[in-house]
Design a protein around this ligand. Structure first.
Ligand SMILES: NC(=O)c1ccc[n+]([C@@H]2O[C@H](COP(=O)([O-])OP(=O)(O)OC[C@H]3O[C@@H](n4cnc5c(N)ncnc54)[C@H](O)[C@@H]3O)[C@@H](O)[C@H]2O)c1
Length: 437
């Protein structure tokens, strides 16, 4: 089938290349000229494992093209995926849906044949119904331009696999006709046994924000328990292993550490609280404020621990930081706890050297006053304390002895609880994790 993908950032570029891989003919629409030039040249403007190869392959083969013309998009296909951003508003905790609205408003007048517009962005409940109204009002074909809401669950770092082999496909539809069209489009997933949940717009929108709220809650739960473990002299990792054996609880997302970040979870839980308030049920979601507070507190906790480790003040102290991205296998530093902590320490007078295998450029664009190094050992050179903040696998292979030999003082804080602390201690380090007193 011919499709367009409007907005080619982390979600859209992945969707566009993956749908080309499934054999669809894809036209991506991107308004950012720098990103567009990169995509047109067959290169992803960000790091996501496997995506560059996939995108380059289909741009070269001709099944995937990119443009900035929404008019061209309207003429090209009858199935349009909206993948633009929904960041937090500057003025409240709510989500900024103006990019979604702009995409729908600009596309609708060019829909001169029956068409489906499929929203994939994460939006506050009620947005889809509003967009459906706009679409039929502004399109020359009226109600024959129909909206579907199809939230996306991909994880950065696994985006291609998650798009090609999703856990489930959720479709919020207003007609059987729309359901059939999308089932036909996603036929390869149906053949592979992917479950489909077909529902109304509001439920589809809420599925996505509820999933993120649940994951965020699980992380903040274990981090809160980790604080108690620190105070009580217990070990949160052993505790998580033990409770994780209970199938009702599960071990995943129970890794205590510096907390969650990125372009989704933090802004999605805030937008959920905000939207619940607009709907008159803020109390029902008020616990998410605490989930957010617990998450933010981990960042203060780390700075407090670092201060204590170096004797009370970080002014003039040299800090080596491993990791800037919000998670491994990504260069995304949006609301990254690692970069936030590095920045906080720098602003308190510490000399901070950061190493991240992929995120140095994106981090430097956001926080240019930190020093960025080319290797894990270089980040630790001369340091009084080393912080492990993003769990890239390569950090688990570095020799504690080698790192220790270039540091001024052998001190390590494992903010992800993934390093083998006994081997660091054996190399003479004062080594600690979070919630592992
Ligand atoms: N990144 C993820 O892992 C992920 C996962 C699931 C859902 N989501 C959701 O998907 C949406 C997009 O997220 P993202 O991380 O890809 O954001 P992003 O900022 O990386 O990408 C959005 C892109 O849309 C472009 N854009 C904005 N308005 C446009 C328009 N009118 N026409 C064409 N292009 C336009 C922007 O220039 C940008 O490149 C958000 O709602 C997010 O919450 C993201």
């Amino acid at each position: 089938m011919k499709i367009t993908v409007i907005g080619c950032g982390y979600l859209g570029a992945t969707h566009a290349a993956s749908m080309a891989e499934l054999g669809h003919e894809v036209l991506g629409v991107e308004v950012d000229p720098t990103k567009l030039a990169s995509l047109q040249a067959g290169t992803t403007p960000f790091y996501e494992p496997g995506l560059d190869e996939l995108l380059g392959k289909h741009v070269t083969a001709g099944g995937l093209r990119f443009t900035d013309s929404i008019e061209e998009a309207g003429a090209f296909a009858d199935l349009h995926f909206v993948c633009v951003g929904t960041p937090q508003l500057g003025s409240s905790l709510g989500a900024d849906t103006s990019y979604v609205e702009t995409a729908v408003r600009s596309l609708a007048p060019h829909l001169t044949r029956p068409a489906y517009v499929v929203g994939k962005s994460t939006v506050p409940v009620g947005t889809a119904a509003r967009m459906a109204g706009l679409l039929s009002e502004l399109s020359p074909v009226g109600g024959d331009a129909e909206l579907v809401w199809n939230p996306e669950f991909l994880r950065e770092g696994f985006a291609v696999k998650d798009t090609l082999e999703p856990d489930r496909i959720v479709l919020g539809v207003a007609s059987e006709r729309a359901e059939q069209a999308l089932r036909e489009f996603y036929a390869p997933m149906a053949s592979a046994g992917t479950p489909f949940v077909v529902t109304d717009y509001a439920t589809a929108e809420l599925v996505k924000v509820s999933a993120n709220a649940f994951l965020a809650t699980k992380i903040s739960f274990i981090n809160a328990v980790g604080e108690v473990c620190d105070a009580a002299g217990a070990d949160v990792v052993a505790l998580a292993d033990a409770i994780g054996h209970d199938a009702r609880i599960g071990r995943r997302f129970l890794n205590a550490g510096i907390g969650f970040g990125g372009g989704c979870l933090p802004k999605d839980i805030r937008a959920f609280v905000h939207r619940a308030g607009e709907l008159g049920v803020e109390d029902a979601m008020s616990f998410l404020r605490q989930v957010d507070d617990i998450n933010q507190r981990q960042r203060q906790r780390v700075t407090a621990i670092v201060k204590a480790m170096v004797g009370g003040s970080v002014a003039g102290v040299r800090v080596g930081v491993w990791g800037a991205a919000f998670k491994p296998d990504s260069d995304d530093v949006r609301d990254s706890p690692a970069l936030d902590i590095a920045g906080r320490l720098h602003l308190r007078g510490a000399h901070v050297s950061v190493y991240d295998p992929k995120a140095a450029l994106t981090a430097a664009a956001r926080f240019p006053t930190l020093v960025y190094t080319d290797s894990a050992v270089d980040a630790a050179r001369g340091a009084d304390v080393l912080l492990h903040l993003t769990e890239w696998p390569e950090f688990r292979t570095v020799s504690p002895d080698e790192v220790g030999s270039v540091m001024a003082h052998r001190r390590l804080l494992d903010g992800r609880n993934l390093l083998d602390l006994p081997s660091w201690r054996a190399a003479g380090f004062e080594a600690r994790g979070l919630g592992r007193a």
